[in-house]
Design a protein around this ligand. Structure first.
Ligand code: FBP
Length: 274
């Protein structure tokens, strides 16, 4: 059966990101979601931090369209690009932080040379309906251009007591696959066994762990990475545990070594300067 141009485009782009079926993606959309205070010291300079992760050999960088325009000279031709086209600030009233807004268009991602587009859906939010309309608009255009859609499938809302609970994460992942996600980024559920259940729910759609706040001890984060890979995750999407480290390049190398070369967390520590 012959496949459409778009099907092939999606296949080509997915394979650029998941070069051996797995990927380490650098999340770099925090400037809007958390503000500049998230970036300590030199990390306030986006080019400085991107240079380090590109040097480390990261598989893709995920950022908003304006940041891609500012920094293209650093990453172009060296790594894959995922353009995130929803966001929100924490300057909003508390009750509206359960909504992300459109922060660009699929056409912007295409114009920038992206390999995928990303959007957040807060499953369980009072704004779920609005976010789903955004998601399906994004998906429709992305489908036309042959761009894979990464969904940040984040259960979050008044009925959700613990967003890391395995049943809640599984529900978000099930909703993500039913809404047509090509890649899913979601929360770590705290153990290999529970994350294995999450991966199973995804039914073959690649699941990547969302990094979360910086751990006090990097070995603890590396153990989480090992744990999800042992659960058949297809990689990780990490921001703060890399850019808030005093050795971002070393941490990125260590994560890459676990994901792609199957190292243990203890072995991977050798990449990180004390
Ligand atoms: P981290 O690895 O730093 O957790 O990045 C993942 C991410 O989803 C970012 O893409 C996003 O900006 C941030 O976390 C949102 O964090 P939160 O909504 O928990 O404040």
């Amino acid at each position: 059966m012959s496949r459409s141009y778009s099907d092939i485009g999606k296949y080509v782009r997915l394979n650029r990101i998941l070069r051996d079926g797995k990927a380490v993606i650098f999340a770099f959309d925090h400037g809007v979601e958390h503000g500049p205070s998230d970036f300590p010291g030199e990390a306030i300079n986006p080019k400085w931090i991107l240079k380090h992760v590109v040097n480390a050999g990261i598989d893709a960088v995920m950022m908003l369209p304006g940041m891609a325009r500012l920094t293209y000279d650093i990453w172009a031709g060296k790594t894959s690009l995922i353009i995130k086209i929803t966001s929100k600030t924490n300057l909003r009233p508390e009750e509206e932080r359960l909504l992300q807004s459109i922060f660009g268009y699929v056409e912007d991602a295409v114009a920038l040379g992206a390999d995928a587009v990303a959007a957040t859906v807060y499953w369980g939010s009072p704004y779920e309906d609005e976010m789903l309309m955004q998601w399906f608009d994004i998906r429709r255009s992305a489908e036309y251009y042959g761009l894979p859609c990464l969904q940040l499938a984040y259960p979050r809302g008044p009925t959700i007591k613990n967003r890391y609970d395995v049943e809640i994460v599984k529900y978000g992942v099930r909703a993500a696959i039913e809404s047509g996600a090509d890649l899913i980024k979601t929360y770590y559920t705290g153990s290999t066994d529970t994350f294995r259940e999450v991966v199973k729910v995804a039914s073959g759609i690649p699941v990547l762990m969302s990094g979360g706040p910086r751990r006090d001890l990097i070995i603890d984060f590396l153990k989480d990475v090992r744990s999800v890979m042992d659960a058949s995750a297809r990689g990780v999407v990490v921001g703060r545990n890399i850019f808030q480290s005093s050795d971002p390049e070393g941490v990125a190398r260590a994560i890459i070594a676990i994901v792609h070369d199957d190292l243990t967390p203890e072995e991977a520590l050798k990449y990180i300067r004390e």
